[in-house]
Design a protein around this ligand. Structure first.
Ligand SMILES: *[C@@H]1O[C@H](CO)[C@@H](O)[C@H](O)[C@H]1NC(C)=O
Ligand SMILES: *[C@@H]1O[C@H](CO)[C@@H](O)[C@H](O)[C@H]1NC(C)=O
Length: 235
């Protein structure tokens, strides 16, 4: 690999020195993680069992409390299974349905609430420019300025200064708090260990050996992040 290759890749992800990255298409598989703490970061789909980070095994859960979360659901036969369609479950409280990501229907003669899908809601992961209502624009984390456009880091407060979406939902720009100026500014260095998984919605993981945040489904992850670092040395 020569420098022109590095620069070319770096330019795709580094605009005006800002660090941009793309949320990956796949969540990291549980076996990516080798410690209980790292495994716990993806608690919605992985669990630490027998010193390994494994896919959550619904069948090992014996109570509704342990079962009704993280993609599992308790059946009327008191078995915990991988959640299928909402219509397959009923519970003695509406919370039972809510805990498996379903709405509750009207209580039946059996005193149980049948679960059902929530009514379709607006999708907030479309391009900013597609929203024509100010409230939808804000809910999609874009900003209204006669039309719906992407935010800049400077639009964020100290509490929300993490990263912003681009016009395209999956294109993100990393932000960092500049305490000297009290503004949220474009970051100049890449995703840190503590930001790696959460800022990428679980699609990147931290490589301890190389100390870079790498996309799980892509072997180019390391190359891209490395080149961002290089680019920023040149800018
Ligand atoms: C889940 O756990 C059960 C009970 O321990 C075991 O028999 C089964 O093989 C496990 N399934 C997976 C996919 O690991
Ligand atoms: C999103 O990012 C990709 C590179 O990952 C870039 O090619 C594309 O132009 C970006 N789209 C927008 C609208 O910024």
């Amino acid at each position: 690999m020569n420098y022109s290759t590095i620069l070319l890749i770096g330019l795709v992800v580094s605009i005006n020195g800002a660090i941009t990255y793309k949320i990956g298409s796949e969540v990291c598989s549980c076996d990516t993680f080798s410690t209980s703490a790292d495994c716990g970061q993806l608690a919605s789909s992985c669990e630490w069992v027998s010193n390994e980070c494994q896919d959550i095994n619904c069948t090992t859960k014996t109570t509704i409390g342990d079962c009704n979360k993280n993609g599992c659901a308790f059946t009327t036969a008191s078995k915990c299974e991988k959640k299928t369609s909402c219509a397959n479950y009923k519970y003695d409280s509406t919370t039972g349905c809510n805990n498996i990501g379903c709405d509750a229907g009207t209580k039946g003669t059996d005193n149980l609430y049948p679960c059902k899908d929530f009514a379709a809601t607006t999708s907030y992961i479309k391009d900013c420019g597609t929203y024509t209502a100010e409230t939808d624009c804000a809910a999609a984390s874009c900003k209204w300025s006669t039309k719906c456009v992407p935010k800049t880091c400077a639009d964020l407060t100290q509490q929300t200064c993490t990263n912003i979406r681009g016009e395209v939902y999956t294109n993100r720009t990393l932000c960092t708090w500049d305490a000297t100026k009290s503004v949220c500014a474009d970051a100049t260095t890449g995703l840190t260990k503590s930001q790696c998984l959460s800022y990428t919605f679980g699609t990147y993981s931290w490589n301890e050996d190389s100390s870079v945040c790498e996309e799980c489904s892509s072997s180019y992850g390391e190359l891209i992040i490395t080149s961002v670092v290089l680019i920023n040395l040149f800018l």
